[in-house]
Design a protein around this ligand. Sequence first.
Ligand code: IVH
Length: 676
Amino acid sequence: MDRAAAEIRIANLVPELNRHSHLYHTLDAAEIDDRTYDLMYRELELLEMRFPDLVRSDSPTLKVGGGAVSELAEFVHRIPMLSLANAFSSEEIADFDGRCRKNLGDDAPEAITYVVEPKLDGLAAELVYERGTLVGAGTRGDGKVGEDILHTVKTIRAIPSKLLGDRVPDRIAVRGEIFFDLAGFEAMNARRVARGEKAFENPRNAAAGAVRQLDPAVAAERPLTFKCHSFGEVEGFEMPDTHSAQLQVLAGWGLPINELNQSATGADAVNAAIAHLGSLRHGLPYEIDGAVVKVDSIPLQAALGFITRSPRWAVAYKYPPPQVHTLLQAVGFQVGRTGAITPVAHLRPARVGGVTVSRATLHNEDQVRQLDLRVGDTVVIERAGDVIPRVVRAVDDAAHASRPPVTFPTVCPECGSPVDREGDQAVLRCTNALACPAQLRAGLRHFASRGAMDIEGLGSKLVDQLVDAGLVRRLSDLYRLTYEQLVSLDRMGSKSAENLLEALEKSKGRPLERVLTALGIRDVGEATARDLSQHFHTIDALSAASRDDFAGVSGIGPVVAERVAAFFADPRHRGEIDALRELGVRFPEVEEGERITGGVDLGGQVFVLTGTLPTMDRNEAKKRILAAGGKVTGSVSKKTDYLVAGEAAGSKLTKAEELGVTVIDEAGLVALLAGV
Ligand code: IVH
């Protein structure tokens, strides 16, 4: 893939991954399965590795999970809760072992000893004990700040409120997984159904929902349990120097640890342990989605250290998701916000991974061709944990060849306009923009969404009603809606109508970057919208800018520049912007005080971060370097310009000193960024 293609792909992947991460971590409402997410994430990682200068400041590879939102209080992790890199095959486990040995260099033992643990599919949590008493509990959140869940955690019987014994630390932050065991989950669902309530779809979401309840009484009705697998800060206690011995210490305090943890030395033994766990998997009383492999020795862990998002000394092996066979009854087509036409498989309903599936996404035409899917085929579908399943392949049968291949629409299935395929891209697009009702609906939903105009009360159902009733044909029509029109709609009371008009009025003053996001320019998400508004300050300057002007904005490459220029050059869009202004949308100028200044240009200099910085966390430092045009890599080499070293800097510092790389501390970095 060349640079331009990578840039487009990254521009698509980043907002998509961020959206799914938010759906998964914050809203407990995943739309895609974990494996699809992991594959997309992996693709992004590879692209970013090949084109490090295309790493965007909003890339999910720079953070860990979704943020804390709800009415729960914040819970700060003194040491960030990290996430794990994934592996999907025994080869990747062998690679992981090889990397560990290579990174340890001369310090590597003959064969490394690992602990192989079940990867519980629950909700990550941290429990804080002070002098043996449970005093705090939080969800992982974004890794640094989660939500305070002490009130619900106190209702979980597996979690001791006091540690056993009298040799306990002054303070310890124990980490583990809160989950349902399957029997408890089923029993709870049976009780719910008996009471006329809806059964929960899967244990993970039900656990997340229960723990984040505001009312502990509701949580207490749900039979949650807990197992711990690690810890954060410890004060006033000397922990042993292997992970396995540390777990034994935790167990001695009465904390539940997993009874299936295994020790394994060398890659083959690790793979055997993973396979053993896999063979037990479906008979276990709880769900596991993989195995976590950790270097046992703490000194070796310390020598291996971390990369931005995860430790180098551990990896999560993901078991393949459950699969079933079913019939492909038809292929339908869906039109998205940017006009992309996505094929959708209509299936004979089948149970897979605990839910009934009747639809699956097929991504694009290339995928359908590659899989050579034909209506009437028996297909293998899989579903890993969450909602939208995928079609893996068609099962070979004699009649397959006699079935006609799937035909793709030559006109938009929603509005009948011609379709287009850009360059050699696999995606078919409706060319009718917002004149296509499907694009209009999706565009309106986006316009009203949180990160855009944030119009409360304008949800999917209402958008459909407004479009179907012909009241809204373009974005600006929203601001033409009258009270009389609104109350004439089904199920719209006078109070809701008033509230909506008020919300619309309120949205007119949204900052320029949000309005830009709301316009739905392809490949312009929140981060690019911010870059644009910070650079141009006014809608007039944006409208007057040329492609070259856009390409000059830091963070924007030639392809996105072209798109933005084309958007503003289109008379339909200019007309919409004028209409929005006439109707009162203010497109506020980015005032002096809101401008992010001090923009030094690090001119592509290469930084490596190591150790704990006193005030900035590593992601923050990385973001600021990237934003100033610098690059951040993971390892020190002759090409490194600066090593930013914090407390407990290890092998990287030694290496930098050997190579004569300039070593600076946080204050030095701040000074550089400020252009001092
Ligand atoms: S260790 C720095 N061990 O998987 C490593 N994590 O993708 C910290 N998880 O958020 C995690 N079972 O909540 C570890 N035996 C286990 C685990 C486990 C499940 C979760 C954990 C973490 C996620 C990592």
